[in-house]
Design a protein around this ligand. Sequence first.
Ligand code: SAH
Ligand code: F3S
Length: 457
Amino acid sequence: MLENKKFFIKTHGCQMNEYDSDKLGDILKHNLRMIETKDFENADLLILNTCSIREKAQDKVYHQLGRWKKIKKKNPSLLIAVGGCVASQEGRQLRSRAPEIDIIFGPQTIHRIPKMIKDLHTNKTKVEIDVTFPEIEKFDYLPSVTNNNISSYISIMEGCSKYCTFCVVPYTRGEEVNRTLDSILYDVRELSNKGVKEITFLGQNVNAYKSKNYNGEYISFSDLIKHVSFINGIERIRYTTSHPIDFSEDLIQEYHNPKLANNLHLPVQSGSDRILSKMKRKHTVLEYKNIIRNVRKIRPNINLTSDFIVGYPGETNSDFIDTMEFIAEINFSDAYSFIYSPRPGTPASIEADSISSDVKVDRLNQLKELINHQSKKYSEKMLGTTEKVLVEGLSIKRKTEVFGRTDNNKVVNFKGTENLIGHLVDVHIDEVRGNTLHGTLSDMILNLNKTYEHKIL
Ligand code: SAH
Ligand code: F3S
C-alpha cells in the first residue's frame, strides 16, 4: 500500500533530532518499504522534525508548514507529519494553527509512525497524535543500524532530569532514561562490523549515564567508554553533551584512554555564580574550573568548547563581565552562544526580564568576538603540527582531496585518494582557513589496531 511511496524529512535543531530523523528514515524504508527523496514537491509524505529550544527555532516551524501547505493544496493526498519538541510541547494545539497536519509525534514515539500512517491510510482516523513518553520502548523497536559511514552517532540515553530554569528539554523529551549496556554494545559491534571507526555517544547528559554490567553491578559513563574501547575496530570515542555536575573523577581519569578523543564540549551557560544559581545549574564557577584544570593535567591541548546564554533575567553588567573574564581565563577554543529566550512553561519564563534587547545583542556580540579570537588562536597553534586524521570521505569541492577529523575534532582537507577513507593517517597542518584546516599527508599510515590495556570491569 505504501510500498515505493516517497518520503521527505526536514530536520531542525540538535544532533538528537538528526539522529531521530535518521532512525525514522530507516523505519520507513525497512517497515513500510518507502523511498527517501530530496524532491519534496513530489513526495507522498513530508515530515518535519522540530526544535523548540529557542523562540526562533519555533518560528521556523510555522514558516516551513506554511510552505508545505501550498504543496498540499496541489496534492490533497499528501501526508504531513510533525514531530520533535514543538510537537511534544504543543500536541493537538499544533493543528489549530496548522490544520494541514495529519500526524503529530513526539521525540519518544518515532517508532510508532508506521502504525499511525497505516491507520490513516485505512481511514481508521483522520489525524494521528502520539506525543507520549513510553520510557525506552523506542530503542526496542528501531531497526538495527544501517549506517555506512566511518563515524556514527549512537544514542545512549534520552531526556533530561536537570530542569535548568530556562530549558524546555525535560518537558519535551521527558526525564532521563538510560539504554542498557547490552543494547549499546550490540549496536556498536554492528556498526564496527560495517566499517565504523568512530563512535559519538549522544544524549542530553551522557555523563549521567548509569546501567548495570553482566554481573549486575552498577556501571558509570566512564565504564561504558572503557567497554566500547575494547570493541575491535573502534578507534575513537566522542560524546555530546555532558553536564558539569556529573563530571566525576573517574570520567576525568578516563582521559588517559587514548581512544577517548581530545575534545570536550561542556556547557556552562554563565561565568557568574549568581546567575548559575538562578539558572539552577547546581555548580559554581570554581567547581567548573576545577574540572577543566584536572582534565588539562591529562590533556593539556584539549579542544574545550561550551554553551553560553546572555541576557538571562536579572543578568547585570557585572555578571556579564564575570562571564567574559571567565571565558578569557579558561580560554575556551569555541562556543555556541545565545540570547536568552523565554520558553513557555519554564520557571525562568515568569521572571521579570528588564534587560533591553540592545544590551542583550551587545553582550552577545562582545562574547562572540572574544570566542572567535580564542578560536582562531587555538587553530593557529595547530599550524606546523602533525595530526592523526580519521579520513571520512572525498572532499565535496575538490575530488582530488579527502577530508577527515583530527583527534581534537577539527576538519582537515588534504590531497588524497578514496583508498584512504576509514584509515587513521598522519597529516601535517599547513594552513588554517576559518574553521577548517588544510594539510599534507605524511608517508606513514598508522597501524589501525592501537593497543589499549585491557581492564576487566
Ligand atoms: N544538555 C545541555 C544543553 C542542551 S540545550 C546542557 O547540559 O546544558 C543546548 C543549549 O541551548 C544549552 O546549553 C543552552 O545554552 C541553550 N539554551 C537552552 N535553552 C535556552 C533558552 N531558553 N534560551 C537561550 N538558550 C537556551
Ligand atoms: Fe536543558 Fe539543563 Fe537539561 S540545559 S537539557 S535542563 S541540563
